[in-house]
Write a protein that binds this ligand. Structure first.
Ligand code: ADP
Length: 442
């Protein structure tokens, strides 16, 4: 798409940056999401065990009389409790008063102060190590490596002496499986999302660079056109000077003619450079329009300047001022003069002998309207869209013969825009053209 290597590289670089930044944000987001899920699951697991153990603790402590000995009252609170000294079925009871410990994966065990089992509420995990001490929360592995999380509470007898430990725990299998699934989803999902993001970034980088690329192409085209325009008078000057230098002697008439050619080409070059400077100034600067400019006077001045040219070209030039009062706009008089002069100059250049050119001044509610109308050669609809481009000439040979560089209408448009105005063209081939300049009235 882009012919320039640096644009392709920039597009790749932009895509890389977009994708990189999005990737970091996505990974961070994924990590935070994963952590939040972990915390919330872990929190509800703790809450469940805390609430079950709290209820049992409050129910049991009043019935505990002797350390390490479970009284018959406990049996009523936890039906199915199996004393360490008795043989019990591993089926467990189906009449627990605490719903949570009925669920699969839960276990309860009572230990004396040295960690020896007193009683259990089966089923117990196989080979789960016994750990007693001050640690409230413990995470343990059974023989098969399955993880369990338990709360270990020190119980006291009714006369406040230490009785032993009550440990209530549950399997972490479901928790671990859930988190593993989540991790897999994130590990697969994030790279997949990254792929989509990279594709989208490539498209977005292309979109973002399009206006830049267009301006770059315009600047390239402009530079090439400007160089081309400058080359012609320079080449003409060099050829003239070289042809004279080749002569052994030079007459006064020859040197005068040479100097005249050099002066003519120099004038053309200066005009071109001035036009380019004006265009770049109009492009860069935002003008503060503070001075009032009377359009009637301006049009009469333009008429005066072009009268002789029109007579020489056998063209009838007339002004048609439709308003009685003075009509003023805010702006640079010199520039507005240039705008109208460019249009009138073109109208005369592109109108054959015996034709007519009118300069009309009118107004609507908020705008002054300057119309430059001619009965000239006209402009085809396709060309009308392009004539305001810099260095564009409808027929370059014909225009060059008139001395035009293709900057006249571009300058007129730039001036109109810098005065918050517009220029429109209506034209029909072989019938003539009307250029309408619309400027806000001061
Ligand atoms: P140039 O210096 O060649 O006149 P302009 O920018 O003033 O450049 O105009 C661009 C082109 O628009 C010209 O080459 C000419 O073909 C066309 N054009 C401008 N004004 C008229 C007009 N009044 N009638 C017909 N063609 C015109």
């Amino acid at each position: 798409m882009y012919q320039s290597k640096s644009f392709s590289q920039t597009r790749w670089r932009l895509t890389g940056w977009y994708a990189g930044v999005m990737g970091v944000i996505l990974s961070l987001g994924g990590f935070v999401f994963y952590e939040m899920i972990c915390q919330s699951r872990w929190g509800s697991l703790h809450q469940e065990l805390t609430s079950v153990s709290g209820t049992l603790h409050d129910g049991l402590e009043p019935v505990l009389k002797h350390p390490g000995h479970l009284e018959s009252g406990a049996d009523q609170l936890l039906p199915g409790l199996c004393m360490a000294t008795a043989r019990c079925s591993t089926k467990g009871s189906d009449r627990h008063i605490l719903g949570a410990v009925q669920q699969a994966g839960y276990y309860v065990r009572f230990l004396d102060l040295s960690g020896k089992p007193i009683a259990t509420l089966d089923p117990q995990p196989d080979g789960l190590p016994i750990r007693v001490g001050s640690e409230l929360w413990q995470t343990l592995n059974d023989q098969q490596g399955k993880r369990y999380h338990q709360i270990s509470l020190l119980l006291k007898t009714s006369n406040q002496s230490p009785w032993g430990y009550m440990q209530i725990g549950r399997s972490l299998q479901e928790y671990d499986e859930y988190l593993t699934t989540l991790r897999v989803m994130l590990l697969v999902g994030i790279p997949f999302a990254m792929l989509l993001i990279s594709g989208a970034s490539w498209g977005l980088a292309g979109l973002a660079m399009q206006p830049v690329y267009q301006s770059y192409r315009q600047v390239q085209q402009f530079t090439a056109d400007a160089a081309h325009e400058l080359r012609t008078p320079l080449a003409a000057t060099r050829a003239t000077v070289e042809s004279v230098l080749d002569l052994e002697t030079i007459s006064e008439a020859e040197s005068r003619s040479t100097l005249q050619t050099v002066a003519r080409q120099n004038l053309r070059l200066s005009q071109l450079v001035q036009d380019l400077l004006l265009l770049s100034r109009l492009d860069i600067q935002r003008q503060s329009l503070t001075k009032l400019c009377d359009l009637k006077t301006l049009i009469y001045d333009v008429m005066d300047e072009f009268e002789a040219l029109a007579v020489a070209a056998d063209i009838q030039l007339a002004a048609n001022i439709q308003t009685q009062q003075p009509l003023s706009v805010l702006g640079e008089e010199e520039q507005l003069y240039r705008l109208v002069a460019n249009l009138v100059g073109n109208a005369i250049h592109y109108t054959p002998k015996g034709g007519q050119v009118w300069i009309k001044l009118d107004r609507d509610d908020h705008h002054a309207l300057i119309r430059v109308q001619d009965t000239g050669i006209g402009i085809s609809p396709q060309e009308q869209a392009r004539i305001f481009e810099r260095f564009y000439r409808v027929n370059s040979d014909r225009s060059r013969a008139t001395g035009g560089s293709g900057l006249g209408l571009a300058i007129a448009m730039a001036i109109a825009r810098s005065h918050h105005g517009t220029i429109q063209v209506q034209s029909q081939l072989e019938h003539g053209s009307t250029f309408t300049v619309k400027l806000p009235i001061a």
